[in-house]
Design a protein around this ligand. Sequence first.
Ligand code: NDP
Length: 423
Amino acid sequence: MDNKFSHFYQRSEDQRRAIIADAAHLDETELQLLKYRAETGDAKALIENYVTAYQLPEGVAVNLTLNGRTVVVPMVTEEPSVIAAASNGAKLASDAGGVTATVESRLLMGQIVLQNVSVFASVDDWVALHRQQLLDVAAAAHPSLIARGGGPRRLRVRNLGDGFVSIDLFVDVQAAMGANMMNTMLEAVAGVVQSQLHPNTLFSILSNAADQSLATATVSIPVNHLATSQMAGKTVADRISAASQVAQLDPYRAVTHNKGIMNGVDAVVLAMGNDWRAIESAAHAYAVTNGQYRGLSQWQVTDDQLVGTLTLPLPVGTAGGATRVLPVAQVNQRMAQISDVSQLMAIVVAVGLVQNLAALKALVTTGIQQGHMKMQLRSLAMSVGAETPAEISAVTTSLTGKKDPSEAAAKRALQEFRMEKDD
Ligand code: NDP
């Protein structure tokens, strides 16, 4: 059988694109777009079967004062309004003295899972007895980490039931996210466990739960700063607090509440070349810590202040992974003046908090759509071909206030503007 995808990974970029174009009936313009973008792409060898560089827009959130320092925050996102909202929330926070963020801990955990264990205590006792030997084996598997001041810190054994036992290793991974380092160490330790204790190790891998890598942001805003033309500041603060309470009570609301937080978090994590799936999975697992999925942030009114806190597991890195091969990620680190990984954690959690503040304030006052629609209209204008700021502005102005602005109406508005300009 003729399989054009056979040995696809061994083909040149051009050959791969040609095969895909043929299989998917791409026209010449589409093929050229893939090629054109590929030419400016970074780190082609980072992934497999490279065909092009997919672009997402990057902007910066401004106005953030974090731990007394002004920070410009690079954000990569495809969603309109996210960066505007982050800047908005950051301004509210900065006018009140800014966000404070602390890093409580920074350890990564990994697990070696054994199966068919008949007596849990036999594993528990053996690990206790061989604790130092196992930590030494882990350290020897990645010695450069020790030189940097990091390395394996402790072990724990958990009975998972049904004959499964997890031997958990906690490692200080320094400035890296640490997934590969951890996996290397775990496999070395698993080799010893397998040969000396229990022949049946099932797998060894880090845990993305990352609850040993926590950062917390807090902000306190005088309620009168929250006043709008329609609503007193105290009312806005009380409504934000009530909305936060609903996210503690109702998982349906909590998911949306947290999505709003992750709008900011993911955008920064992505800009910094980090693994945002790891951050997403850790955050959502953390949201269900007490058995019910809840909002990750909480807002309360105390003494005429709206006080917000957000704690997130943030297994991010400023070294290793894609951070060292994506040049823009490195520029972004410099843009945000990040000199150590705790600062990155602080920025990410602070952005999550101010993003949430802006979203909640809009939600309980004007409603979320007013700001969103403006940006959606911009997207609509661009999707029908508006290119210059004047064209985008003409189309959005023409569509503003329309109940259901359609693509056809946007096209018409663009045509009219261009015709008027030509006259
Ligand atoms: P790397 O494999 O790149 O290891 C970190 C590297 O950073 C090491 O080579 C280390 O050098 C170097 N480094 C330089 N400076 C420092 C420093 N100050 N502190 C620590 N390391 C430093 O990355 P990670 O181990 O961080 O793994 C992250 C990658 O793993 C991500 O791409 C992630 O997507 C992926 N991954 C994620 C998984 C998951 O989440 N489940 C599973 C598997 C992979 P040296 O060697 O000299 O120590």
